[in-house]
Design a protein around this ligand. Structure first.
Ligand code: PLP
Length: 400
């Protein structure tokens, strides 16, 4: 018996594997600091949980429309239209089981064998795998830390070929925390508007931007709206990772193709989660505001501590909840008789010697970097940074 060729094309999620290893060590009583996971450590807001109870009590426990409940699609359309001056109809909104499912379905609905999909690196690790699942080819465009990890019109223009079917843009970004401003997006839009390509804009971290800056969305650019597939959701903004709800706003033909796909796979996201998501979107925002403030406090502390580590440059992130540090200066150091040649090996070293779990940059297409999530408790992030400093010092044979 054999497995389908398509599963051989894709890699398992390494971040989940590393997180699992760290949690197994924690369970075994080891004092691990786990800064791998991209998941807020806050509870889902009380009124959202309450709405879920009420939904169950009201009997909203049955199948829903494949695109999601109309009330939620209307609320998403209204939110987007108010924020970005769009005119989305509820029929252009699809509710999926997390942003992840809507991303995968968007790619499956638009890309096929022979198509190229442009993915700027560092990238969220599922994009290339989703593209491969669709039998299309991921075209990775490496962005340099020295250039702020940003796509420029020139780089984008050079990357687009007649085979390009889609360009993926993720702002704020996982893993770098980079967020484009309006001018930078406008410059990219001027290139995209001239080309016949789908634009997949993953804005799952849209609510997590700091220093009082606004989020800039590709939805606000009329010139590409007939090609734009906008993805966002509830996981990160409302601490709702386990509820599995996300949404897509797309041109009508894409939205209906995705609904068709979804209707034969997952049908729709959990009915109770959809009612909870509606309460999140239309209810008080105090919890979100407080959470963002706390993330900003952690980012400031973590960033300051990182800066104090020699030869570990890091760009100050504008959004999301990650720091992406350049550890290339440490890759030549020896451990257990051999040089640490990769970021994965460096993460193994930090886990074994410091009980600190981080994610290697290689899984995001940026070898030599380390991703540190500050979506963990303030004191744990602080302790993690201390361990990182101690681990890197020890690697160079310096005592801490
Ligand atoms: N997009 C990016 C960039 C992410 O980092 C994640 C989760 O880590 C997702 C999408 C998936 O989000 P969800 O939990 O809503 O499926």
């Amino acid at each position: 018996m054999h497995l389908a060729e398509r599963v051989g094309r894709i890699q398992p999620s390494l971040t989940l594997e590393l997180a699992a290893k760290a949690s197994a060590m924690l369970k075994a009583g080891e004092p691990v600091i786990n800064l791998t996971v991209g998941e807020p450590d806050f509870p889902t807001p009380r009124h959202v949980r309450q709405a879920a109870f009420e939904a169950m009590e009201k009997g909203y426990t049955k199948y829903t429309a494949s695109a999601g409940i109309l009330e939620l699609r209307k609320a998403v359309a209204t939110m987007l239209n108010t924020k970005w001056g769009t005119s989305y109809e509820p029929s252009q909104i699809v509710i999926g089981s997390g942003a992840k499912e809507t991303l995968a379905n968007a790619i499956l609905a638009t890309c096929q064998a022979g198509d190229e999909v442009i993915i700027p690196a560092p990238y969220w690790l599922s994009y290339p795998e989703m593209v491969r699942l669709a039998h299309a080819t991921p075209v990775i465009i490496p962005l340099r830390a020295e250039d702020g990890f940003k796509l420029t019109p020139r780089i984008l223009e050079q990357a687009i070929t007649p085979r390009t079917r889609m360009v993926i843009i993720n702002s704020p970004s996982n893993p770098t925390g980079v967020a484009y401003d309006g001018e930078e997006l406008q410059a990219l839009v001027s290139v995209l508007a001239e080309r016949h390509v789908w634009v997949l804009s993953d804005e799952i971290y849209s609510r997590l931007v700091y220093d009082g800056r606004p989020h800039y969305s590709l939805a606000s650019y009329e010139a590409i709206r007939d090609r734009l597939i906008l993805i966002d959701g509830w996981s990160k903004a409302y601490a709702m990772t386990g509820w599995r709800v996300g949404f897509m706003a797309a041109p009508p033909q894409v939205a209906s193709a995705v609904v068709r796909l979804q209707s034969h796979t997952t049908s729709h996201p959990c009915s109770i989660s959809q009612w909870a998501a509606l309460a999140a979107l239309t209810g008080p925002e105090d919890d979100v505001v407080a959470m963002v403030k706390e993330f900003e406090r952690r980012r400031n502390m973590a960033y300051e501590r990182l800066l104090a580590i020699p030869d570990l440059p890091c760009r100050k992130p504008e959004g999301a909840f990650y720091l992406f540090a350049d550890a290339r200066a440490y890759l030549h150091c020896g451990w257990q008789g051999t040089p640490i040649a990769t970021s994965l090996r460096l993460c193994e070293y930090l886990l074994e010697s410091q009980r600190l779990a981080l994610v290697p940059g290689s899984v995001f297409g940026a070898e030599g970097f380390l991703r540190l999530s500050y979506a963990a408790r303030y004191d744990r992030v602080a302790e993690g940074l201390d361990r990182l400093k101690a681990g890197l010092r020890a690697l160079r044979g310096e005592s801490s």
